[in-house]
Design a protein around this ligand. Structure first.
Ligand SMILES: CC(C)(COP(=O)(O)OP(=O)(O)OC[C@H]1O[C@@H](n2cnc3c(N)ncnc32)[C@H](O)[C@@H]1OP(=O)(O)O)[C@@H](O)C(=O)NCCC(=O)NCCS
Length: 276
């Protein structure tokens, strides 16, 4: 009975490990508001699950028979400790998962002004509907202030914000730009603006709570497809990546075409995505 329980638990553990790592990565990237203790517990749980698995394999390699291996998982202090840490961490992880999937609960927390966590399936993609430019600007400004502005000088922040006014956006839309929007149940969660004439990504922003879910990848896929649809002759798409976003653009297939530069306080790395 005990042997069956341990075998099942160990299998569940090994199956749960990649899922936990994947979820924890998404939470970390989404900056989902986890406290230090919660992060530490999740880290402990993942490490403990891994340790249990490795210990089990090492005992197997040392030729310890199955029953003895299972018994030692329960009798040795190390076995106890790892089980305890793994189960406690798993409990915290499950409680957090339930909370993160409960938007009402997340929004209820006092002082929590973040977008509640959403799932990728709740998001719809379309052109930014006319009349929602202000909402897009608010999203861009909020994400910019949180993620990019700390890396810029005051001059750079002011320079960026000059292009984030209703007038500036309307002017760009009336020229050769288009904006794609990702919307969740609570409103906009991401925007990608592209300049059709230059084949250039102008804005690429995803809201707190929605980052790390694939929204950016989908927005970029659609923006590039739309550029290519409008400009079949286009062979490359360019972007000036802010310092924090270079890794994301690399993941999306862009390659740096120059070193980081600075212009009017704005630090950027020119990057290119080759099409075809
Ligand atoms: C850049 C941004 C729009 C990407 O949106 P996102 O929804 O978080 O991106 P996704 O979840 O679709 O991830 C896209 C890819 O980048 C990778 N990625 C995401 N965040 C990453 C990070 N911090 N470091 C390394 N890679 C990362 C993902 O793994 C994914 O690749 P994969 O599909 O191969 O796993 C978003 O992070 C953002 O708004 N950043 C702040 C604003 C900003 O700097 N914008 C760029 C201005 S030039």
């Amino acid at each position: 009975m005990l042997a069956l329980f341990l075998s099942l638990a160990l299998t569940a553990l090994l199956l749960a490990l990649p899922l936990m790592v994947w979820r924890a990565r998404a939470w970390a990237r989404a900056d989902a508001g986890l406290g230090r203790l919660q992060r530490a517990l999740i880290g402990c749980a993942i490490a403990a699950w891994g340790l249990l698995g490795v210990r089990y394999l090492l005992l197997a390699q040392a030729g310890i028979p199955l029953e003895a291996r299972q018994a030692s998982q329960l009798t040795s202090p190390l076995g106890w400790l790892t089980w305890l840490a793994a189960l406690a961490g798993l409990g915290v992880f499950l409680i957090l998962s339930m909370k993160k999937n409960n938007p009402a609960g997340a929004a209820d927390q006092p002082g929590n002004e973040r977008q509640p966590m959403i799932t990728a399936s709740e998001i719809e993609y379309a052109y930014l509907p006319a009349g929602r430019e202000k909402e897009a600007i608010q999203l861009v400004e909020a994400v910019f202030r949180g993620q990019v502005a700390p890396l810029y000088s005051q001059e750079g922040v002011e320079e960026f914000l000059k292009y984030a006014t209703p007038r500036a956006v309307e002017g760009r839309l009336a020229a050769h730009n288009f904006i794609l929007a990702a919307s969740g149940p609570q409103g906009l969660v991401g925007v990608a603006e592209a300049d059709e004439q230059r084949g250039h990504i102008v804005w690429f922003f995803v809201a707190d709570g929605a980052r790390g879910l694939g929204v950016g990848r989908e927005l970029m896929r659609r923006a590039v497809a739309e550029l290519k649809r409008r400009r079949p002759d286009l062979h490359r798409v360019t972007v000036n990546s802010s310092p924090n976003a270079v890794a994301v653009y690399l993941a999306l297939g862009f390659i740096p075409s120059d070193h980081q530069r600075e212009h009017s306080g704005i630090k950027f790395t020119p990057m290119t995505l080759l099409l075809d």
